[in-house]
Design a protein around this ligand. Sequence first.
Ligand SMILES: [Zn+2]
Ligand SMILES: [Zn+2]
Length: 365
Amino acid sequence: MRAAVLTEINTPLQILDLEQEPPRAGEVRVKVQAAGVCMSDWHIMNGDWPLPLPMVLGHEAAGIVVENGPGVDMVRPGDHVIFSFRPHCGHCRYCSSGQTVLCIGRNDSPRWLMHDGTARVRLNGEPVNQMARIGTFAEEVVCPAEQVVKIRPDLPFTHAAIIGCSVATGVGAVIRHARVPAGSSVLVIGCGGVGLNIVQGARLAGASLIIACDLRDNKLEYARAFGATHTLNASSGNVVKQVRELTDGLGVDTAFDAIGGEATALQAVDAVAPGGRAVLVGIPAFSTRAPINPSQMVYGEKIISGTYYGSVRPNIDFPILADLDIEKKIDLDSLISRTYRFDEINEGFRLMLDGAVARGIIVFD
Ligand SMILES: [Zn+2]
Ligand SMILES: [Zn+2]
């Protein structure tokens, strides 16, 4: 089984032949069909998130179940599935209340090994970790069965793959987390894979004013195609001031930070109107702090909230997102600006960092 392995930070991924064990109890083996190239993989490659190596990266993918371990009955061989990068024990306080992204029932083993604490892939006999227990830059993945969600078979695998991270995170942030009302105003800071999905989530929710902000004009063009009514290049003037000018001096009802940094978090908080909400979506470096202005929060009754993975419940929301795509209520086709062969994976990261693509996807033979 070939997989793209990070053996050392700041080095390219290497496609290596790994030994893979069959699924044990509660696990499945999936033949990967398509896998998206995401900034989160890059955060591991460049050392932002220090994790133990070697590791098979990749967490945004779809494929076909080929083998069930003992006791698995949620999926069957032949089913088309989307990978979820969060575990889901089904019985902790968060799973019980529907906040499955916050599951605390699977904390006994590190999140790069199976629940029994062992690895399913090896290189020359030595264990290799799997990002988020999946590691989908691989021809085949053995993982906990709870981390695959069955979806309708008529959805293209490339579309299914991106539902597993960027679409769930972006659209989910709007419709599941912030519950943006029709007719309201929205600001989206950062128009990468997640930000563009926030834009189209806002369009789906019926927002009247959708202001997209980025440093690159080509990203802002994408944002217009996905429903932005106004665009701001953050390099040409004060973002908050320009947002106020577009909103009768008040600011927007909801501002989303899809970047995850001190400056953009503060822009989001400053750009919301009194009574509005700033939503933090992009994952910052662990060390980031941002000095908010508490009096603005009090007098303006502003809300700041964070959302992880769009606050989705994968078993419910992945099939809904698939339906929305088939019904053309969201546009996943236009998000996929490039596909790559597996051996072009490092080129995929280069183009993502250049800002040249909305989303690049590896398609497996
Ligand atoms: Zn991702
Ligand atoms: Zn749980």
